[in-house]
Design a protein around this ligand. Structure first.
Ligand code: NAD
Length: 479
């Protein structure tokens, strides 16, 4: 990994001069990057201990809650306006530190996090008033207080940005527990967001963390008495850990999304959509297509279309073995290849290829590791079934009841409806790439926290708030 001189970068930002980083040539244009500068204040939100950070956030949240909604709106507006011009820098830092995914796709992911995460307006949909002879009862969404939010290494900055917008819009302060593998970038971004928020609201410490994020510190945070809600985005282990605290948890866990393609689908579009979705950020998004299940009669044509869209198809058993030897250790994904480009994987496996493939599609079966494990690599099995009914059965099997995400390509509405009902996933995309399910080339808001085990699905500000009932007796009904 190339080193970034963070201190020099920050100094350049403060000086307002052109900022240069060690950006890889193939990832971004070769010209030097000019990053726009957010306003820099003297806010300090990176603490030595979890307790200090949570206490500071608690004080800040009280001030913020008693402030106005227009101030909250200004906070969200400024976060959007000041983060968007530096989205390339955010994406580049995340890529350089984690060495996963690609800068180009991280720019897209961070852009939708900044621009499409709903703000304060999201709270209005739940406001309800009941009036009658006895008076008026109001249901409204109120903040939890200090939220403890845990972020993954796979979407480190997107999760921080989208969570911060939604949680602050709902009136909370947030303690972030970033992934240790993305700590430099995360601390930099948290500090930046806190500065922007302080500039907009006059309140410091609404977005806080500690200077040495670790799993132990995340556990300490989970148990802290002043953390009122846990929002956990990560694998199954951390979600389980959070649930053991007995606190309210929004758990956004792992997935293993299948895509079904039947004989009625627009196969050319299906092939292109699957390659787009499964290769996006080298397949590290939890929503990305991880298995392809095709009706036999169109499977070869689908493979041809996927090759046209930039995939390499591997059917020789000896080559599949080479990939397995490289990418699987003791039946689990080899972490060294998580989020790596298809070309690197093929090269390291000793498989000849031409050009710059985006995705490797292997002839698969329901039992192989590539099928049953969440690989988080641009290597995806294709499995053939006689008809739609058997395809759906197999999709249910490989999804493993995680109920996270599934996609389907078909022109048959009855089948689409049946698959959507049976799979019961938080996100179900029809005739599009998986990322349409989080508002990229698809309608609807963006989130990077899809709370499947706890049932909230695609979370936004309304999920980061409590429903409260406020009753006024003997009046205010004008029916
Ligand atoms: P991970 O589970 O290794 O880490 C996630 C976060 O949890 C990190 O901040 C880590 O420090 C913390 N953590 C891990 N174990 C912990 C423990 N025992 N106690 C306290 N904290 C702990 O996940 P990752 O590799 O960073 O991310 C990939 C995983 O996250 C995949 O399984 C992916 O599907 C999932 N994910 C889910 C969503 C969603 O919205 N459902 C979004 C992104 C990623």
């Amino acid at each position: 990994m190339e080193n970034i001189n963070i201190e020099e970068l920050v100094n350049q930002i403060i000086r307002g001069t052109e900022v240069t980083t060690s950006i890889k040539k193939e990832e971004v244009p070769s010209k030097k990057q000019t990053f726009h500068q957010p306003v820099v204040t003297d806010a300090i939100c990176i603490f030595d201990t979890v307790d200090e950070a949570v206490q500071a956030a608690k004080i800040a949240q009280k001030k913020y809650f008693h402030s106005s909604l227009s101030r909250r709106k200004k906070v969200i507006e400024d976060l959007r306006n000041k983060l968007l011009p530096i989205v390339e820098e955010i994406a580049t830092r995340a890529y350089e530190e984690t060495q996963m995914g690609s800068v180009k796709d991280k720019i897209q992911k961070n852009t939708i996090a900044i621009t499409q995460t709903p703000g304060v307006e999201d709270l209005n949909v739940v406001t309800q008033v009941i009036t009658g002879d006895c008076g008026m009862t109001l249901y409204e969404l109120s903040p939890y207080g200090v939220i403890g939010a845990i972020a993954p290494s796979t979407n480190p900055t997107e999760t921080l940005i989208s969570n911060a917008i939604g949680m602050l819009a709902a009136g909370n302060a947030v303690y972030f527990s970033p992934h240790p593998g993305a700590k430099e970038t995360s601390i930099w971004l948290i500090e930046l967001m806190n500065k922007i928020v302080k500039e907009a609201s006059g309140i410091d410490h609404l977005v806080v963390t500690i200077n040495k994020p670790s799993i132990q510190a995340a556990q300490q945070m989970m148990e802290h008495k002043d953390i009122n809600l846990l929002v956990v985005t990560g694998g199954p282990g951390v979600v389980r850990q959070a649930m053991m605290t007995g606190k309210k948890v929004l758990g956004a866990g792992a997935g293993n999304p299948p895509t079904i393609v039947d004989e009625t689908a627009n196969i050319e579009k299906a092939g292109a959509d699957i390659v787009d979705g499964a290769s996006f950020d080298n397949n590290i998004p939890c929503i990305a297509e991880k298995n392809i299940i095709a009706v036999e009669s169109i499977a070869d044509f689908l493979i041809f279309q996927m090759e046209k869209a930039g995939a390499v198809y591997i059917k020789e058993l000896s080559q599949i073995r080479k990939l397995e030897q490289l990418l699987v250790i003791d039946g689990k994904p080899n972490k060294a290849y998580v989020g790596k480009p298809a070309s690197m994987i093929l090269r390291d496996a000793g498989i000849h290829f031409q050009g710059e493939p985006r995705l490797v599609v292997v002839e698969g079966n329901p039992k192989m590791t590539f099928t049953v494990e969440e690989m988080l690599m641009p290597v995806v099995p294709i499995m053939r079934t006689p008809d739609f009914e058997t395809a759906l059965e197999l999709a249910l099997e490989v999804e493993q009841g995680l109920q996270h995400t599934a996609t389907m390509h078909s022109q048959n509405v009855t089948r689409l409806n049946k698959a959507a009902r049976e799979l019961q996933t938080s996100i179900f995309v029809k005739n599009g790439p998986s990322f349409a399910g989080i508002g990229f080339r698809g309608e609807g808001p963006t989130t990077f926290t899809i709370a499947t085990p706890t049932g909230e699905g695609t979370t936004t500000a309304r999920h980061f708030a409590r429903t409260r009932r406020c009753v006024l007796t003997d009046g205010f009904s004008i029916k």
